[in-house]
Design a protein around this ligand. Sequence first.
Ligand SMILES: Cc1cc2nc3c(=O)[nH]c(=O)nc-3n(C[C@H](O)[C@H](O)[C@H](O)COP(=O)(O)OP(=O)(O)OC[C@H]3O[C@@H](n4cnc5c(N)ncnc54)[C@H](O)[C@@H]3O)c2cc1C
Length: 413
Amino acid sequence: MKSDVIVLGAGMVGISAALHLQKRGRSVALIDRRGAAEETSYGNGGIIQREGVVPYMFPRELGAILHYATNRASEAVYHLSALPTVAPWLFRHWLASTPEGKAASARALRPLVEHCITEHEPLLAEAGVAALVRRTGYLKLYRTDARLAEVIAVQEGERREYGINAVTVDRAAIAALEPHLRDGFVGGIHMLDPISVSDPGAVGKAYADLFVRNGGRLLDGDARSLESTPPGWRVATREGWWQGREVVVALGPWSDDILRPLGYRLPLGWKRGYHMHYRAEGNAILNRPVVDGENGFALMSMSKGIRLTTGAEFALRDAPKTPVQVERTERLARQIFPFAERLEPEPWLGRRPCLPDMLPVIGQAGRHKGLWLSFGHHHLGFTLGPVSGRLLAEMMTNEPPFTDPSPYRADRF
Ligand SMILES: Cc1cc2nc3c(=O)[nH]c(=O)nc-3n(C[C@H](O)[C@H](O)[C@H](O)COP(=O)(O)OP(=O)(O)OC[C@H]3O[C@@H](n4cnc5c(N)ncnc54)[C@H](O)[C@@H]3O)c2cc1C
């Protein structure tokens, strides 16, 4: 059993790579140990962040570092016991987070982000899930005048520099856009271009179904069984060994599990994050995602209820869930929205795969023929899956890439 290409990992990034390779005439097997879009791509905020050019970097201001060091913030928490594992990565992230580093990452992300909606649109239509899309942008809101003024000053420069389409909103404008929000915010920014979906997991699954409908194979297998069998590769699946001339590692935060045994030492970290769904009181709704810019959480109407997504938790990648961040965030969220009860017995946990410079790795691994990589899409993997899939497929099929892929090379580290 064989195909031209084996794609390891059926999250948004792997599914999109598989679709783009298939569109270019390659036979593709997509292999996952769970189903399609069951991990990080299942439970994210569903925002296709057309404005997301400037990535989240490590704070450089002493005040902010001390704020996070107390471990009482809601937007970032850490497990003390995980620090020996996590701190070296955080140090590299801090090193990459100089103003120059941040600007370089933004310049490199821009061509990907600029194509995020135009690459999703045809897939949303072909996969039959265009009805899940809301074209209402999202709101990033602040609770204090001081913070709002600071953010507006920075954002105005970024908006001009990167062509981000957004407007500032005051209390009255917020009330008009989101009548069910309580009066906790003094103002903020309405990001106009992003679109969002009411079920990102369903979108991922619909993209995978499209891949299968078009002749692709979605197989159950463990990527850690990958073996080099020159001139190609093979992976053990429930249906037996599957062979491919080329292989794509798109395992998100687990990509290291394959690459380390092959001798690659890429600084792949992860920022864990949670979601929980709530019933809204009465007829309360949100027309668009709302991000609390001071506390790092977001609320959005989803098919299952109002979803609350949290900021970053620094813990061992596969450590059990800890409820602390959801509890802290829920208290803050109840101040601004009329939540009734939780709709799930326990929160969902996802892991944002992150490289220190907040750029993904897209391209050849380097030392093995036919070994390709696409992972590390941090806070933007739902946004960037299709555009990364296109770029990777262009590189693999010797088409001229739509953008210079060199910023995403694996050997930049
Ligand atoms: C709380 C939260 C909110 C977010 N909100 C947004 C948002 O609004 N917009 C946005 O763009 N992004 C958002 N993100 C980020 C986004 O979800 C991720 O960047 C994206 O899902 C990463 O996709 P991926 O395909 O790389 O990884 P994943 O979706 O994690 O896929 C990796 C796949 O690899 C498989 N796998 C792992 N190990 C093995 C193995 N040994 N064998 C076989 N298969 C294996 C897994 O089962 C999984 O299916 C958010 C993330 C979080 C946590």
